[in-house]
Design a protein around this ligand. Sequence first.
Ligand code: BMA
Length: 363
Amino acid sequence: MKAFLSTLIFVCILTCHVQAGISSPADPQATPEAIKLFQRLMDLQKKGVMYGHQDDLMYGYTWWYEKDRSDIKDLTGDYPAVAGFELGHLELGLERSLDSVSFDQIREQIRIFHKRNGVITISWHLDNPLTGKSAWDVSSKLVVKSILPGGEKHALFNTWMDRLASYFLTLKDDNGVLIPFIFRPWHEHSGSFFWWGKNLCTEDEYIQLWHYTVNYLRSKGLHNILYAYNTDRVLTVKEYLEGYPGDEFIDMFSLDMYDRGPQYFGELDNALAFISGTAQVRNKLCALSECGGADITWYSESLLNVLKKYPVSYVLNWRNTYNPKAVPEITPYSTPSGKNEQYKADFLKFYNDPHTLFLKDIQ
Ligand code: BMA
């Protein structure tokens, strides 16, 4: 009996230990803040899905950098739980992003949003280092190869990584502590519309690119980052994991998928089933890191019904491109004009559903 009890106690301790170890970021040197963020996201993922919005704090359809403003807050009275920021053109040493947003103001908003206890996610549509054109320039299949060690653009890429790391090192709270955030580079790999896309490099090159990026940032003392692996639309788990850098590098399994037709919600359901399932087995987070569509029940019924089936940390809508001359749009994603009131009601229903978490819900 005594032996049985001590074995039982040992097994319990071991299980607790393994479980405690499980809920931690991939980085063995993760800062306490990164560990806390990871565990917080794991806990929240069990409660509901956070709502995220890209550039929410920087501008909206009809305004540009106004204090405390947000299109989502204008509509619902609350901020999103997750705020997305974009760093494309930081690599060039410019003051403003490819979307004309000031990097100093991005830093300011990251600090403010962190203080509000919101979750921060960062994307990077960096230029093509081989051709000097944009992230969307897919004219060469040699770009990834060219920036890896030994490649002709390797030195240039290092200067870009240095600029990124230097900027990340300025993202500190009032006490000088590095703010934890989710970084989602090399996104939508399964699509081939960025120079790092699936048909633009080999699987091995893509994996090397990821390893190089993560190791580079870690070597600069950045252990406050959770890394999100990301693809565009995929139909199988095999397809999803083509190019996966490995559990030692990745904290979150994410998917970008926009509504492009009647098959959308079936495909989304299928993809979230295997992505969230794989994430769970590997003790990673799961997110629908970009999505959008338009229909008068798109958010409150179609999207929500799928999201309720799986543990998904957050769902994010892309930016409300500033365009004051256009018909003001109400919902987060561009909608055909004329149905604004119905779209607005749909989003408010989504907002009011207990399963969706906005900033006030995650305090
Ligand atoms: C894209 C579009 C672009 C933008 C880029 C980075 O999907 O919204 O207009 O420059 O994201 O934010």
